[in-house]
Design a protein around this ligand. Structure first.
Ligand SMILES: *[C@@H]1O[C@H](CO)[C@@H](O)[C@H](O)[C@H]1NC(C)=O
Ligand SMILES: *[C@@H]1O[C@H](CO)[C@@H](O)[C@H](O)[C@H]1NC(C)=O
Ligand SMILES: *[C@@H]1O[C@H](CO)[C@@H](O)[C@H](O)[C@H]1NC(C)=O
Length: 600
């Protein structure tokens, strides 16, 4: 017991004094840097870091509070001691108390004024942070005053340059603690000095691993898995949360779900944060039913939650669940109508009712509230697409990509707009980007295939369609397109194979698809077998054709032809599946007699 207690004291001390050495030592002492064996320790660390963040006006501590809340309460004598107080802290106490009140009232210049000349680390952070936020606030006010949402992002925070100069001096002198390092990173990122920002965030994380805000900032700068692997990160339990978050962001959903599962088993099963993250992960792999279940559970546990509800509404939208979406929208309006998420939900609500102008208006409102809201830019792009306003759509998608280069929906949206504008080279470029971000998403592959086809690159197009089928074609379009392409190129054996697979695929998915073209496939197959003198198969297809209005006449005609030929000669059935030559699509063997079991 005593030992644990002293290690907590050391942990708190190290946080205060920013001594990297003591900090790592603390973890080594306990011998379990990234292990969840001791939830009591974790809870203590969380409680300590929450209070440190609060003193500094850092709002990211909310996430830590959510996690702490998910763990069992500590008995009174297990609570971590409050941070030790230095001589400098005592000196700055009055100024700091005064300034923090102004800070909380969003009077940042006033706060900074009274903190100038303070010498404690805490006061220095609040001093710099106030100046930063003052610049941000002025920038936002400026933007709201002068411009519509489409021109956002061009006004700068004027304080950034000065802050960078001062922080960089202190950084070189090794005088920054975990929190000021974090602020330095934010300043660098805002100045688009991304490489430097990454290095500083990594340093901040090493100095103060429990500050989730720094991890989160870093996550926004990691563009791919190679970069993630190349980062040297401290071996702390919070890294598992970061990796899970990163995997979700990088669309490595299987890995993400595994990580979250581990976290749940490690004792965070009550965490609303984790439930919401898993729901988002399922949303990303389009496992819509799972995601909906989790979001409903989240609403049960945390009914006044607004975070992530925009994602929830995307799901309701995709499922066309009008009453549920309407209920959610009304509910959120009651809780807080001026939240970005609320505006997005209302936008989705109007979009589902085909009131696209109103929908765009609400996405615009979301962007007024937060110009860096990625989802709103993309959704607004979609609304402009619905209104056939391609130039506005392109602008909206471009803004989305500015905010986050990993947003495949925005890249895909750009591809679609250029498709409408009949500019296939651009279109190909954007679909390729989307495909790189979602290599296993059939929708990107089909779009890519169509672009190649328009550019007469049939070989590439065939590869894309086949791959779309192989990764699990959600829209069941790829095989049909591949078959038609083979048909155009007079590759009749391949075309027949694809049509056959297509029919199988359509019937095996169980639901009625509106766009299904089974009759097209049957018609082709009937003729194909007939030409190859396989009259049994041809006759089967012809009979099936008669089930479809648009193929009935052709089916009957083929049946007549077959009986005529049969009357003349009796031909033994040849081997239909002699090896096929000249194709780059792997071929599966399917017996046409399987068709018997299909009932439309
Ligand atoms: C497209 O949308 C923008 C922004 O709302 C608007 O200014 C412009 O007039 C629209 N263009 C057309 C052709 O509707
Ligand atoms: C895509 O699928 C392949 C094989 O099925 C797998 O190896 C790869 O990791 C997947 N990529 C992503 C980003 O999910
Ligand atoms: C396919 O065959 C038809 C008829 O024999 C011919 O007119 C057409 O040019 C051929 N198309 C290709 C791409 O070879």
């Amino acid at each position: 017991m005593i030992q644990i207690h002293s290690s907590v004291c050391r942990f708190v001390l190290s946080v205060i004094y920013n001594r990297v050495k003591i900090f790592t030592e603390t973890f080594i002492l306990r011998g379990r840097g990234s292990d969840f064996g001791d939830l009591v320790q974790i809870k203590k660390q969380l409680i300590s870091v929450i209070s440190l963040c609060k003193e500094r006006g850092l709002l990211h501590s909310a996430k830590a509070s959510e996690l702490a809340f998910a763990l069992d309460p500590l008995p009174k004598d297990e609570l971590p001691p409050s941070a030790p107080f230095t001589e400098e802290d005592a000196q700055d106490l009055d100024a700091l108390t005064l300034a923090k009140s102004y800070f909380d009232l969003k009077e940042y210049d006033r706060a900074a004024y009274f903190l100038k000349g303070c010498c404690s680390q805490k006061a220095y952070f609040l001093y710099m942070y106030s100046r930063y936020l003052s610049g941000e606030k002025k920038k936002d006010d400026e933007t709201v005053d002068s411009l519509g949402p489409l021109e956002k992002g061009q006004v700068r925070n004027e304080a950034l340059r000065e802050l960078r100069v001062e922080l960089s001096k202190k950084h070189n002198a090794g005088e920054l603690d975990g929190f000021t390092l974090y602020l330095y990173g934010v300043v660098l990122r805002k100045l688009d000095l991304l490489k430097e920002a990454v290095d500083v965030f990594v340093e901040a994380i090493h100095t103060l691993p429990l500050h989730w805000g720094a991890w989160l900032e870093l996550s926004n700068l990691v563009t791919n898995i190679e970069m993630l692997k190349s980062l040297s990160l401290p071996d702390c339990w919070i890294k598992d949360f970061f990796m899970a978050h990163m995997y979700t962001e990088l669309q490595m959903i299987k890995e993400a779900l595994q990580k979250y599962q581990n976290l749940i088993e490690a004792g965070f099963s009550k965490s609303t944060y984790i439930i919401s993250q898993i729901a988002v992960a399922y949303h990303n792999i389009r496992d819509i039913d799972q995601a909906l279940t989790l979001f409903n559970e989240l609403r049960d546990q945390d009914p006044y939650r607004i975070d992530n509800m925009d994602t929830f509404s995307n799901l309701l939208y995709v499922k066309s669940m009008k009453p549920e979406l309407s209920y959610l929208a009304h509910n959120l309006v009651e809780i807080d109508k001026y939240r970005v998420e609320t505006c997005c939900v209302i936008g989705n609500y109007y979009s589902l009712r085909s009131q696209h102008e109103k929908a765009a208006l609400y996405f615009q409102r979301a962007l007024k509230l937060n110009p860096r809201c990625l989802g709103a830019w993309t959704l607004m792009g979609h609304e402009y697409m619905e209104m056939k306003n391609t130039s506005a759509a392109i602008q909206a998608y471009r803004h989305a990509i500015e905010v986050n280069k990993r947003d495949y929906r925005a890249w895909y949206g750009l591809g679609q707009t250029y498709e409408i504008l009949k500019m296939p080279f651009y279109c190909l470029y954007y679909y390729r980007k989307a495909h790189q971000l979602r290599p296993n998403d059939s929708r990107m592959l089909v779009a890519l295939g169509e672009s190649y086809e328009k550019l007469s690159q049939q070989v590439e197009a065939k590869k894309c369609y086949w791959r779309a089928y192989s990764v699990g074609d959600v829209e069941k379009m790829a095989l049909l397109k591949l078959a038609k392409l083979h048909e155009q190129l007079n590759e009749s054996d391949d075309a027949a194979q694809c049509y056959m697979l297509y029919i199988q695929d359509i019937f095996s998915c169980g639901e009625q698809l509106e766009h299904a073209e089974v009759s097209t496939a049957l018609r082709y197959l009937g003729q194909y077998y007939f030409k190859n003198k396989l009259y049994d198969e041809a006759s089967l297809c012809a009979q099936r054709c008669c089930d479809y209005n648009d193929a009935r006449e052709e089916g009957k005609a083929l049946l007549r032809q077959i009986s005529q030929v049969r009357d003349q000669i009796e031909t033994p059935s040849a081997d239909l599946f002699a090896p096929l030559s000249n194709n780059n699509t792997p071929v599966r063997r399917v017996s046409p007699l399987n068709l018997i079991s299909f009932t439309p």
